[in-house]
Design a protein around this ligand. Structure first.
Ligand code: FES
Ligand code: FE2
Length: 363
């Protein structure tokens, strides 16, 4: 696939990794939108994202050596500055201007790194969707923010998150509760310019299994509220609350247990995706056992999604054409795809991605 017939939206901020992932890897090698990237922290403390292929023979800079805010390719020793410009060729005085690798704008918000894969001239840091609970000490997250790799197109994960009726069937014993959730709750979506939002109440229901596990004294019947927002290119934010039957938003919240959930889908290739997430709460923040239990429950739930979505992907990849048939519950995902297609069309007309010209290939 060339950049010009792309299904990727290039001019967006994408979640690229958690800070702890870069600290652990030192040089985090990750592919975004089909492009190999290396992310590292320079000695000045700034994050740097470069094309992972050295401009000489394409060896990975991720196997290189960080020197100050530069990185040296450990094949033949070319050294690149944070802008990707080659500043040293061992044994050679003259450095041709063409000897550089692409550098990508990268920013940190709430321990999450955001990368801009499109035209750097269009990158505006005000457009980063900074999720406040990630930086708010009132909200306690998981022991470490999490990452999962999916063998599927990123849009299938977005579809999954756009329709909560699947909770009842995929996550009966983990995140869902009962099949009643699909039948008794309504999902009226509000269409937004770059996504959608909806609020979903399940009155007089059993608390979700993951919540009950850390709150064994919870009443057997609660009112559950989910408030979801989804934005291009793949940002899912959710408020979840379990409270006494009859509670509402205006009432005293002391008996209501609240969660904040963020999930980010970033295309790796057309058929693989990165998935980042955290799950935060505003009660018993200092109890590590609660954080661990929530992480394990959520992970179990996401594995349930992963299994069915990756199986779906395999079938959709077959040559045999497949025509999907919509149901009422698809309204959110249908709107999201419409928004995506309109933005793709705008990109095609107004900001077609530039294709680099290769005059000599190595392989
Ligand atoms: S491939 Fe990097 S220096 Fe030769
Ligand atoms: Fe799910």
């Amino acid at each position: 696939m060339s950049n010009n017939d792309t299904k990727f939206l290039w001019n967006c901020w994408y979640a690229a990794g958690w800070e702890h992932e870069v600290a652990e890897a030192e040089k985090l090698e990750r592919t975004f939108l089909g492009k190999p990237v290396v992310i590292f922290k320079g000695e000045s403390g700034r994050y740097i994202a470069l094309d992972n292929r050295c401009c000489h023979r394409g060896a990975p800079l991720g196997m290189g050596r960080i020197e100050g805010d530069c990185i040296r390719c450990m094949y033949h020793g070319l050294k690149f500055d944070p802008q990707g410009i080659c500043v040293e060729i061992p044994g050679q005085d003259k450095i041709p201007a063409s000897h550089k690798v692409r550098s990508y704008p990268i920013e940190e918000r709430g321990n999450l790194l955001w990368i801009w894969m499109g035209d750097p001239a269009l990158a505006n840091t005000d457009d980063i969707i900074d999720y406040a609970p990630l930086s708010d000490p009132e909200w306690q997250g998981l022991p470490k923010q999490c990452y999962l790799h999916y063998d599927c197109n990123w849009m299938l994960i977005i579809d999954n998150l756009a329709d909560f009726s699947h909770l009842a069937f995929v996550h009966t014993n983990t995140l869902g509760g009962s099949e009643a959730y699909a039948v008794e709750t309504k999902q009226e979506i509000e269409r937004l310019e770059r996504g959608f939002q909806f609020e979903r109440w399940h009155r007089e229901s059993a608390p979700a299994p993951y919540h009950l596990k850390v709150n064994p004294d919870e009443s057997p019947t609660v009112d559950r509220r989910n408030y979801v927002q989804m934005f291009v290119p793949g940002v899912f934010l959710m408020e979840t609350a379990f409270g006494p039957v009859g509670w509402d938003q205006s009432a005293d919240h002391s008996a209501v247990k609240q969660y904040r959930n963020c999930q980010y889908m970033t295309p790796e290739t057309e058929n693989t995706a990165h998935f980042f997430w955290d799950y935060l709460r505003n009660y018993r923040q200092d109890e590590e056992a609660v954080s661990i239990s929530l992480r394990d429950s959520l992970l179990e739930g996401f594995w349930e999604d992963k299994v069915i979505i990756e199986a779906q992907q395999k079938l959709l990849e077959l040559e045999d054409p497949f025509q999907p048939r919509g149901i009422a519950a698809d309204s959110a995902l249908a709107h999201f795809r419409k928004v995506w297609d309109e933005l793709l069309e705008d990109q095609r007309v107004n900001h077609p991605p530039k294709q680099i010209e290769v005059t000599r290939s190595i392989l």
